[in-house]
Write a new protein. Structure first.
Length: 237
C-alpha cells in the first residue's frame, strides 16, 4: 500500500491556492509574496488560506511536489509494467515523475528553496516520500534494512537525475533519460557485486553475518503513522 497521508480538510483550499500561485512562482519563487498573490487571485479568505498553509509559500511548494507524486502514481497505475524488467520499471516511474512537471521553473525554484538550510530537512523528506511511493507502487515487500537501502539508493538516483534534468536542453530530454539509465545501471552493478560476494566461498561467511545483522532492522509498520527515519531494531518476542 502507498504511504498514507492524513486527511486534510483544507485539500481543496490548498489546490486552489496552488493553481493561483504557479503564475507567480517564476517571478517570486515559492515565497511569501507568491503566497499573498495567490490569496488575492484566488479570492480565498486570508485567514482560511493561512490556516491551510501556515508557512505560506513553503507549504505550497510541498503541495506542488506531492501533486507531482500523485500524477506519477496515476501514470504507473495506467502503465503495462508486466513486459518491463524491474530496473526498467523503476526508470519508468522516475521518468513519469519528471514528465508530470508542466513548468520546469517551478521545480527549479523549489529546488532552490529546499536547498536552504532551514528547509533542507523538508526537501529530503519529500524526496524520501517520492522514493517510498515508487517502491511501494512497484510491489516492494522488503521488511528489513533493504526497505531503507532501496529508498536511500533511489533517492540518490532521483535527486541527481532532477539536477541533470533541470539543465538538460536536449529534445525530449533525451540526455536525461540516458543519464537516468546509467545511474540505475550503476545501482544494478552494486547489487550484482553483492550477489557475487554471497557466492564466493571466502566472503560467504562474512556476508551471512552481515545479512543476519541487517535482518534485525525492521521497516516501519505498514499501517498507522509512517515514521520514515530512523528505523527500529525490534526484539523477536
Amino acid at each position: 500500500m502507498p504511504m498514507e497521508r492524513p486527511y486534510s480538510p483544507y485539500a481543496e483550499t490548498v489546490s486552489a491556492l496552488l493553481e493561483a500561485a504557479l503564475p507567480h512562482v517564476v517571478f517570486d519563487g515559492w515565497s511569501e509574496e507568491t503566497f499573498r498573490a495567490a490569496v488575492a487571485d484566488s479570492g480565498i479568505d486570508s485567514e482560511l488560506a493561512r490556516a491551510a498553509c501556515p508557512r505560506g509559500g513553503v507549504d505550497l511548494a510541498v503541495a506542488y511536489h506531492r501533486l507531482g507524486d500523485q500524477r506519477m502514481l496515476d501514470g504507473l497505475a495506467k502503465a503495462d509494467l508486466t513486459t518491463m524488467r524491474f530496473r526498467d520499471r523503476v526508470a519508468h516511474a522516475i521518468r513519469l515523475r519528471l514528465e508530470s512537471v508542466e513548468d520546469k521553473e517551478a521545480v527549479r525554484r523549489a529546488s532552490a528553496l529546499f536547498a536552504l538550510p532551514m528547509h533542507a530537512a523538508e526537501g529530503a523528506r519529500l524526496v524520501w516520500e517520492t522514493c517510498d511511493l515508487v517502491w511501494t507502487a512497484l510491489g516492494d515487500t522488503s521488511e528489513d534494512l533493504n526497505w531503507y537501502s532501496k529508498r536511500a539508493t533511489l533517492a540518490g538516483v532521483y535527486a541527481s537525475t532532477i539536477l541533470y534534468w533541470l539543465g538538460d536542453e536536449t529534445p525530449g530530454h533525451a540526455a536525461t533519460w540516458e543519464f537516468l539509465d546509467r545511474r540505475i545501471d550503476n545501482v544494478m552493478q552494486i547489487e550484482m557485486a553483492k550477489a557475487s560476494a554471497r557466492k564466493n566461498p571466502l566472503l560467504k561467511p562474512l556476508m551471512a553475518g552481515q545479512d543476519w545483522l541487517f535482518s534485525q532492522v525492521k521497516a516501519p509498520p505498514a499501517r498507522g503513522p509512517r515514521r520514515d527515519l530512523p528505523g527500529a531494531i525490534w526484539p523477536d518476542n
